[in-house]
Ligand binder design. Structure first.
Ligand code: SAH
Ligand code: SF4
Length: 394
């Protein structure tokens, strides 16, 4: 990708017929659900109760059929069934890695596909979800960034990924069973495909649904949003979502960051650091995670490690630095730093007083690792185009 490739926030609109017919209740915020139920004829004086009941069925019990919403009178269930559906993305395929990591390919409206990754660990289970099909940004080390096709996911498609995983893990509560506090799916990271802060409203609505105590009920401290650095939206994230923040930092000079994370041309390192410094106070959260992909000979020198610390100290940012060994993908223009180099880099950071965990690469055998996600259909699409070009057809 050339260093001067344009940065654009414009998302291609993919023309598609809006499906006529019932509205999907998944992804509606509480106020939107209220409006929808009123519009379908729910009496005003009942609507508050109905919102609570329907909400709990969908997000606490994981029910998709109105007929199973047994505390609603039959005629009301029929009214709901006439007007609405409860729909989540369809699972197209599931792969399970040797290490237990699960990668799902899910299909969303318009025939697009996104990937969702579940990573089991001893003390938690993390679901890595996507916010867009592809990504308009063009980070030069990221496979998703090479994918041309982009569309924002709806709030339903975002929260639907969590519901899909709970289905697969069989993790909806059993009526009458004792409350089980251990959760297979305990954490969410917005680190799949896409730049979540370029789809702010839908990501916010989906995360507020996931945090709602009457439903999926994940604490905001168990949700981490990763951004490449959309500076104006960082303050909004603190105010309107309040989850943990991870920043794809990846370079310590503007010169290098302009190439690796081209959004840096719009918002430079200093501006970004200022926004990060304000985040913990506004969101009342703890440390910010600095993600740093280790690229051989590009950003992995001792000087880089020292500069990284200087940046963080200069703005007094409570931070942990997550070092990510570069995950290679077909045609990638970089190599992973050696293990010794990564350890030396981590040590400099650790000596300076910051946690510097090296991210364990998970699910590599099924191409589920960070930055490797790119839908198979899109790969096929591009190669077909390529074939046509080669044959002089386009
Ligand atoms: N768009 C957001 C979130 C998705 S990427 C962002 O950029 O933050 C999640 C993380 O994986 C980011 O830190 C990203 O920079 C990193 N990543 C991308 N490609 C990678 C690769 N090939 N190897 C290792 N990490 C990668
Ligand atoms: Fe998009 Fe994040 Fe990949 Fe950059 S690293 S291209 S922002 S998904």
């Amino acid at each position: 990708m050339p260093a001067d490739a344009p940065i654009t926030q414009d998302v291609m609109t993919i023309p598609r017929k809006l499906p006529a017919g019932p509205t999907n209740l998944v992804g509606l915020t509480r106020p939107q659900l209220r409006e929808a139920l009123l519009a379908a004829g729910t009496p005003e004086k009942q609507v508050k109760m109905r919102v609570n009941q329907v909400w709990q069925w969908i997000y606490h019990w994981g029910v998709r059929e109105f007929d199973e919403m047994t505390n609603l009178a039959k005629p009301y269930r029929a009214l709901l069934a006439d007007n609405f559906v409860v729909e989540i993305p369809e699972v197209v395929s599931k792969q399970v890695s040797e290490d237990g990591t699960r990668k799902y390919l899910v299909r969303i409206a318009g025939g697009h596909e996104v990937e969702v990754v579940y990573i089991p660990e001893d003390d938690r289970g993390t679901l890595c979800i996507s916010s867009q099909v592809g990504c308009t940004l063009t980070c030069s080390f990221c496979h998703t960034g090479t994918q041309k096709l982009v569309r924002n996911l709806t709030a339903a498609e975002i929260v639907g990924q969590i519901m899909m995983a709970r289905d697969d893990l069989n993790e909806w509560p059993e009526p009458g069973a004792p409350k089980d506090e251990t959760r297979l799916l305990s954490n969410i990271v917005l680190m799949g495909m896409g730049e979540p802060l370029y789809n702010f409203d839908n990501v916010r609505d989906a995360m507020l649904i996931a945090m709602d105590g009457e439903g999926i009920s994940l604490s905001r401290r168990r949700i981490t949003l990763s951004t490449s650095g959309v500076v104006p939206e960082i303050a909004r994230t603190a105010e309107e979502i309040g989850c943990l923040l991870a920043i794809s930092f990846h370079a310590t000079t503007d010169e290098t960051r302009d190439v690796l994370v081209p959004i840096n041309k719009r918002w430079k390192i200093d501006e970004l650091l200022q926004a990060l410094a304000a985040y913990p106070k506004v969101s009342n959260s703890e440390r910010i995670t600095f993600e740093y992909v280790m690229l051989h000979g590009v950003n992995d020198s001792d000087e880089d490690a020292h500069r990284l610390i200087e940046h963080i100290k200069r703005y007094d940012i409570p931070a942990k630095i997550n070092l990510i060994p570069f995950n290679e993908w077909p045609g990638a223009p970089y190599k992973r730093s050696s293990n010794n180099r990564i350890r030396a880099f981590a040590n400099i950071i650790y000596q300076a007083g910051y946690a510097s965990p090296i991210r364990k690469t998970r699910g590599e055998d099924i191409m589920a690792a960070c930055g490797q996600l790119k839908s198979a259909t899109e790969r096929a699409r591009k190669s077909r185009k390529q074939i046509e070009a080669d044959a002089g057809l386009s």
